[in-house]
Structure formats: structure tokens, C-alpha cells
Write a protein that binds this ligand. Structure first.
Ligand code: SAM
Length: 287
């Protein structure tokens, strides 16, 4: 746990100078904080609340007036990732989580079992900010690399139990780069796994409509979305043993807490429902 109390004084706030894809981490951080502070919290993420308080940024401009709804949607994805990381740590105590494009994620603090080892990988400008507000603890390492750089895997022990995560990252890479990254991970970490989320076709279309009406949004583009052809391609990559969709954590609203999960379980209709939130997948590498 961080011991520092939130500090909202203007003078001591940390400036934020991110653009493009790195800037998108602010949306995620803010909505984790909102999901923690809400009337029925969906997350326990006091570190996110604290970091929001420390940054010099107009976070309220990010929510388009509906922060609670965005926070619920986002918390469902975050909780789906957290559940998979906890499963890994239960099965492989002391294992290593490699978080690609980790931004200002505070997942380490949410899932820490006292033994996990953690490697955060991100671009230099993001890591510089991360180091200021989320300094490394003794079991954490922070590395400045592009996730697509073939060098970073050499900094992670090839024989350790490893779970690689890529939350809110792969949709910003062309699909060919995603495929190369997966192949490299499968080659370097046989028998291990990668957990990632994708956007859905529905989400991409909704975002494009929304962006057309706004000028304050980062220019980062989602370059592909989940569909059967994409899943077949990724599942057939050399070194990939299996690709499966993870069960999405429930939300709290009538729509995401009850109606949607119930409809999803229906045999035919359930499979045809569009994804209103990010599907999360696990790729297992051959041993
Ligand atoms: C949407 S944010 C997600 C941050 C974090 N995973 C989360 O869920 O809060 C995208 C992140 O990807 C990082 N990023 C962008 N391009 C990257 C690259 N080529 N390699 C590694 N990280 C990258 C950004 O700096 C940013 O932290």
C-alpha cells in the first residue's frame, strides 16, 4: 500500500504532458478512481484515487457527463483481468506478472499476495510519469520499452512462471504487429499465457460516433476489433495452444449486473448479442 495521503494542493501536483496513446491511460486511471469512490464501489483501488489527486489534470473533462456509467464498464474489464491474475497467483505463488502498456495501472496493489513479482513495461514518457507517482516496491520492476520491441522479453526470466497482460493496449497496434508480438512471447515463454482485451465492433462504431462530436479526445485510434476471423488468426499462430474468452465480471447496474449476463447465457441469442464492453481473452502458449 502507498502510505502517502492524497494531496490536492495545486502547487505540489505533478504535471501531465502525454499525447496520443499514452494519454489514454488517464481515462482508465480516472474511471478506476470513480469506480472506487462511487456509492456502490465496483473496485477497491485507493491508489488510483490517490494518483488522480496528485496529477495536475482536468480529469472531469474526460467523462462526457457520464462518469459512473463509464466507470462501471471499465471496472468490469479491470475486474476480469484481476480475477485472471489472482487465478495465476493461486496456481503459481511467487510467479511473475509482466504488464505490457501498464500506464498508471495500480493492479499490483489490488492483487498483491505478498509474493508476486511484477514487471511494468511502457514507453519512456509514461514510465517517467509512473515513476513519479507510483514508485517501485521491492518486488516491482519498471522497464522502458515498446511492447513490440523484441528486447524486453530478455529482461524476464524464461523459466519463471509468467503471466503476460496487455490491458487496453493491443487495439492500438496493427493486427500484424499484434501477431508478431504474440509469436515472440510464445517463443520466449513456452507453457505460459497472455491475457488481453479487444474492442468489439459495436464499441468501435460507438467511439467513432462519439469522437466525431468531440474535440477534447486523444487522437489514439483503435485499429481492429474482435471478430471470428481475428480470433482464428491469433489462435493459429505458431506457439499458441489455445485462445479462449474469459467470463466477464458483472457490473452493478440493472443492465450489466443482471439483464446482460442473463441474456448472454441464452443458447442462441446469447451468442448473437453485441459486446457493449471489452471482451477479455486468454492465449495459452504451447509448452
Ligand atoms: C489505454 S492505456 C492503458 C494503460 C493501462 N494498461 C490501463 O489499463 O490503465 C494504453 C497504454 O499503452 C501504452 N503504450 C502505447 N504504446 C505502447 C507501446 N508501443 N509499448 C508499450 N506501451 C505502449 C501507453 O503509454 C499507455 O500506458
Amino acid at each position: 500500500m502507498l502510505t502517502r495521503m492524497p494531496d490536492d494542493s495545486e502547487a505540489s501536483r505533478v504535471p501531465v504532458e502525454l499525447t496520443g496513446v499514452p494519454e489514454t491511460l488517464l481515462w482508465n486511471l480516472y474511471h478506476r478512481a470513480v469506480a472506487t469512490r462511487g456509492p456502490k464501489p465496483l473496485l477497491q483501488d485507493p491508489e488510483a484515487v490517490e494518483v488522480v489527486g496528485r496529477l495536475d489534470h482536468r480529469f472531469d473533462a474526460l467523462d462526457g457527463g457520464d462518469a459512473q456509467r463509464s466507470a462501471e464498464w471499465h471496472a468490469m474489464r479491470v475486474r476480469t483481468f484481476d480475477a485472471e491474475v489472482r487465478r495465476f497467483l493461486d496456481a503459481r505463488p511467487g510467479g511473475t506478472v509482466v504488464a505490457l502498456g501498464e500506464g498508471l495501472e495500480t493492479q499490483f496493489h489490488r492483487v498483491d499476495d505478498g509474493r508476486v513479482r511484477w514487471v511494468s513495461i511502457d514507453l519512456p514518457e509514461t514510465i517517467a510519469l509512473r515513476r513519479r507517482v507510483l514508485p517501485e516496491g521491492p518486488r516491482q520492476r519498471t522497464l522502458e520499452f515498446s511492447a513490440t520491441d523484441p528486447e524486453w522479453p530478455r529482461h524476464v526470466g524464461a523459466t519463471d512462471p509468467v503471466l503476460i497482460t496487455a490491458q487496453g493496449l493491443l487495439m492500438y497496434f496493427p493486427l500484424d504487429e499484434v501477431a508478431s508480438l504474440i509469436e515472440r512471447c510464445a517463443h520466449r515463454f513456452p507453457g505460459q499465457a497472455l491475457v488481453f482485451d479487444a474492442t468489439s465492433g459495436w464499441m468501435r462504431a460507438a467511439r467513432a460516433r462519439n469522437d466525431a462530436q468531440r474535440t477534447d479526445r486523444s487522437s489514439a485510434e483503435w485499429l481492429w476489433s474482435n471478430n471470428a476471423a481475428v480470433r482464428s488468426r491469433l489462435a493459429a499462430l505458431p506457439g499458441v495452444a489455445a485462445l479462449r474468452r474469459l467470463p466477464t465480471a458483472y457490473g452493478r447496474s440493472p443492465l450489466f449486473g443482471r439483464a446482460f449476463p442473463t441474456l448472454r447465457r441464452l443458447p442462441v441469442l446469447g451468442k448473437r448479442l453485441p459486446d457493449f464492453h471489452a471482451p477479455v481473452f486468454r492465449l495459452d502458449f504451447t509448452g
